[in-house]
Design a protein around this ligand. Structure first.
Ligand SMILES: [Fe+2]
Ligand SMILES: [Fe+2]
Length: 199
């Protein structure tokens, strides 16, 4: 299994120990363990694919950086920033992608556009997704600690076809939201229409 112990200096000058400390300080222990498993899964999915493994590692480790930030701070940032203000009607489950990318850039000094986009999109996906974005989206859904009905099927699909895995994750996330009477963020439907719906 690939383990990235060091990143090239144009991506970050932090050592692995330094970066993990900074991330650990932001999120609870359970989530920190999740983040490490997402990295492991993402690197596994990235094998033999034409994608930069260092970026896979950094995007995975940073993807939930903002997830445990207080709502007030997130709301203030959304109001002050160049964000879809519609997000304010939703919760942190939606926000932490977009705002997370901003925080990772500001606070960790990671400014690579591909990494930041993968962080940004991991919550709701998009109609156009790069290989890196798909890997993070799907690794987040299928990492080894996930335990929900259908996760084994999701893992099997993920191992074979990333596009199918994006479709599966999007469809099942949406199904869950509908079954539990939750609001649907419109961009989730854009993702659904591209990756799930057939002509
Ligand atoms: Fe997340
Ligand atoms: Fe996550």
């Amino acid at each position: 299994m690939t383990v990235i112990t060091k990143w090239s200096s144009d991506l970050t000058t932090l050592s692995r120990v330094e970066l993990l400390e900074k991330i650990r300080a932001q999120i609870n222990e359970r989530r920190f363990a999740h983040v490490l498993r997402v990295e492991e899964k993402a690197l596994e999915l990235a094998q033999d694919k034409n994608v930069n493994l260092e970026k896979v590692s950094l995007a995975a480790l940073c993807h939930d950086y903002a997830k445990d930030r207080p709502d007030e701070e997130m709301i203030a940032r959304i109001k002050a920033g160049d964000y879809d203000q519609e997000m304010l009607k939703f919760g942190s489950a939606i926000w932490h992608g977009d705002v997370g990318a901003e925080l990772v850039s500001e606070e960790l000094g990671i400014n690579d556009a591909e990494i930041l986009n993968a962080i940004r999109l991991h919550t709701v996906g998009a109609s156009e997704m790069s290989l890196l974005e798909k890997i993070i989206y799907v690794a987040d859904y299928t990492e080894a600690g996930r335990d929900f009905p259908g996760v084994e099927e999701a893992r099997q699909i993920t191992a074979v076809d990333l596009d199918e895995a994006v479709s599966f994750a999007t469809k099942h996330t949406l199904q869950h939201l509908i079954e539990t009477n939750q609001k649907i963020y419109p961009k989730t439907l854009t993702t659904y229409n591209r990756w799930v719906a057939k002509l």
